[in-house]
Write a protein that binds this ligand. Sequence first.
Ligand code: 0CG
Ligand code: SF4
Length: 313
Amino acid sequence: MSSRPPLTVMLASPRGFCAGVDRAIQIVERAIEKYGAPVYVRHEIVHNRHVVDRLKALGAVFVEELEDCPVDRPVVFSAHGVPKAVPAEARARKMLYLDATCPLVSKVHVEAQRHYDAKREIVLIGHAGHPEVVGTMGQLPDGAVALIETVADAQAFTPRDPANVAFVTQTTLSVDDTADIVAALRARFPDIAAPHKEDICYATTNRQDAVKVIASGTEVLLVLGSANSSNSVRLAEVGRRSGARAYLIDDADGLDFAWLEGVRRVGVTAGASAPEVLVEGVLAKLRERFEVSVDEVDAARETVTFKLPRVLA
Ligand code: 0CG
Ligand code: SF4
């Protein structure tokens, strides 16, 4: 008989890598294979410490600005997208660049441009300072896009022409918070032009849905992901709103057994940039203390994949 107490792990599915993250990491790996090291990467390719450290060991060099890259080495732009000025500058410096912007972020860029061409005043719902927000705002001239972060911002927004407004969003927001902000915008601007479906991507939506399914029945939720990962931070928030104590941890070392005292059921999920090996590490650590049974709960099936840029395919 084992003396370890029983623990049920409710494992969220889908969790972890999305198609855009998978593609972005492959772009860096293939670029290193094709061009040799070092390959420069402007900003963390995805917001995960383990991914970044592994790629560094393979020969990637991470920098924040294009001017920190030598002109004679390839540079990859991160999955979050870049302002238009960045590829323009790379071309001017005759640099070889590979754009790992997720196609679902590029889609938002195209939408914003379409609204601008139609002379609409554009609102971006997103988090100030996040690189995706910087990239989306940077598709258009300064002042063309107004950033709003909250319902209060939506209520305070004063367009020049209330009949000619459009909105786009960051891809990794809270689905529920965004619905509230959109409702506040629609109440004031009934004709506001909106995305056909959603700018919040399928991966963000599905991971939040999966947390909702498991978190109401668990006392604690462990989210694998880094603190600068917007979609991972949102998963912990969704867990808290469903009544769980939620912890965002980079890996098994971040797990404190004190959190699990007297706990019988724990939820586990991972942000879109967190490798599955980190989930396995947490399960292995839980097995050191508990008699673990894993219950994987499927909230959605995902079949999305994205092609690599032709030069690397
Ligand atoms: O969730 P954000 O946008 O912060 O990015 P992360 O790299 O964590 O994951 C998806 C992408 C890109
Ligand atoms: Fe693309 Fe969504 Fe993944 Fe971001 S989280 S890289 S938008 S699929």
